[in-house]
Design a protein around this ligand. Structure first.
Ligand code: KG4
Ligand code: ZN
Length: 381
């Protein structure tokens, strides 16, 4: 278990009236709570950001076990909320609202955080804000870097792989998604197959550093297609077949397979995002024209992968675009992103009743048709 905390943001401005929001995140395997401030100019400041990871509780199972996660959230949430308030140096009475992830995610965990937030809101007489977890990821770059709308979001985590056009708070258009596995899931499955443990992304990246990406020829699924969608299950199968053919695997084989997998993934991500960025730029040139170019924001645990990040940097440089990758602790699941989404919603008067439902599935863009094959209930996000 790791308790991390990351106060950050612009320095407090005594003259600016700030709203304070407490945010709770429990949709997967992190129990998290944070306090953020938002001033009238829309600038954010993190007063506390406490994240309690359950990785050790799930490592023995090679992945997140929903029942284990829900129980761990119940045990931890009170202490994590208390720690977030204590570190921020403010009491519940000073909050302007209480926000919590209301979905999508593992429903047992979502219920723990949302119900706790409802109790805190009711007891303190503060408004409740039921936040879509994906909106938390989508708006983080506004907290860290003051990103202005519109921008393109690449969300790559254990449960989601999406390219989303972000036009405003509550205004999202998904323009690309995976038709099967999420990218983080593909890293995790590849790691498991090669005996590298959980979570797999960092282990694959470490092993790949010593590998030869050219020894195994792996496919680049969806490469060159017009629509910026993704597919990773065929790539994972190709790794399995190569691994079986090369068995028994020594450390060099594992390193070469990881390097080939990572190279294939980086090629695919650069191609898909490149297409999306070009379309976005063509669409919005009128709105964002100027010296700065279109803005790409990356979020989710896979954003920590240096090979992928390097390819994205090259891509945006060639396209005359800008790139924001929030620090890793704000790219992975955390309470600050939920508190911040709550603060952005509160500023627009968007609050929820105490009957707000917990939702296992909750697409960011309700108008987008579900993609056939993408049906992971209670997926890790
Ligand atoms: O956003 P996140 O912390 O949690 C959720 O999925 O909600 O993302 C975790 C995912 C895992 O699949 C993990 O293997 C992947 O992000 N990941 C990475 C790296 N670090 C974490 N994948 C590739 N390279 C990394 N360095
Ligand atoms: Zn997430």
């Amino acid at each position: 278990m790791i308790l991390q905390s990351t106060p950050a943001g612009h320095p407090p401005d005594p003259a600016a009236a700030e709203t304070l929001v407490l945010g709770l995140e429990t949709s997967c395997d992190e129990t998290a709570a944070a306090v953020v401030a938002r001033d009238a100019a829309g600038r954010g400041r993190i007063l506390s950001n406490v994240v309690l990871s359950q990785i050790e509780a799930h490592a023995a199972f090679g992945g997140v076990v929903p029942e284990v996660a829900a129980r761990a959230h119940v045990e931890a949430i009170d202490g994590v909320v208390r720690a977030a308030l204590a570190e921020a140096g403010v009491g519940l009475a000073a909050m302007d609202a209480v926000a919590a992830t209301a979905g999508p995610g593992l429903i047992g965990g979502v219920l723990v955080g949302l119900t706790t937030a409802k109790a805190l809101a009711f007891a303190s007489g503060k408004p409740l804000i039921a936040v879509n977890h994906l909106e938390g990821h989508a708006l983080t770059a506004r907290l860290t870097d003051g990103a202005a709308f519109p921008y393109l979001l690449l969300l790559v985590s254990g449960g989601h792989t999406q390219i989303v056009r972000v036009d405003g708070v509550g205004r999202y258009r998904r323009i690309g998604t995976t038709i099967d596995d999420a990218l983080g899931e593909a890293f995790d499955k590849t790691a498991k197959l090669l005996g590298l443990g959980y979570p797999g992304g960092p282990a694959v990246e470490r092993a790949a550093a010593a590998g030869d990406p050219a020894r195994f020829a792996l496919p680049r699924p969806m490469f060159g297609r017009k629509e910026p969608d993704f597919s990773f299950s065929g790539l994972k199968t190709a790794v399995r077949l190569e691994a079986q053919a090369a068995a028994p695997l020594g450390p060099t084989d594992v390193a070469d397979l990881c390097a080939a997998f990572q190279a294939a993934v980086a090629d695919v991500v650069a191609d898909r995002v490149g297409r999306a960025l070009a379309a976005f730029w063509a669409d919005t040139a009128g709105e964002t024209a100027g010296p700065t170019g279109p803005l790409l924001v990356v979020a989710g645990g896979v954003a920590a992968n240096r090979a992928i990040a390097a390819r994205l940097r090259t891509l945006v440089a060639a396209a005359g675009a800008r790139l924001i990758v929030p620090p890793p602790v704000l790219c992975t699941d955390n309470g600050a992103m939920i508190a911040w989404a709550g603060a952005e919603r509160l500023a627009l008067g968007l609050v929820d009743g105490l009957d707000a439902p917990a939702r296992a599935r909750w697409p960011l863009d309700g108008d987008t048709a579900p993609v056939v094959g993408h049906g992971r209930l209670g997926a890790k996000v």
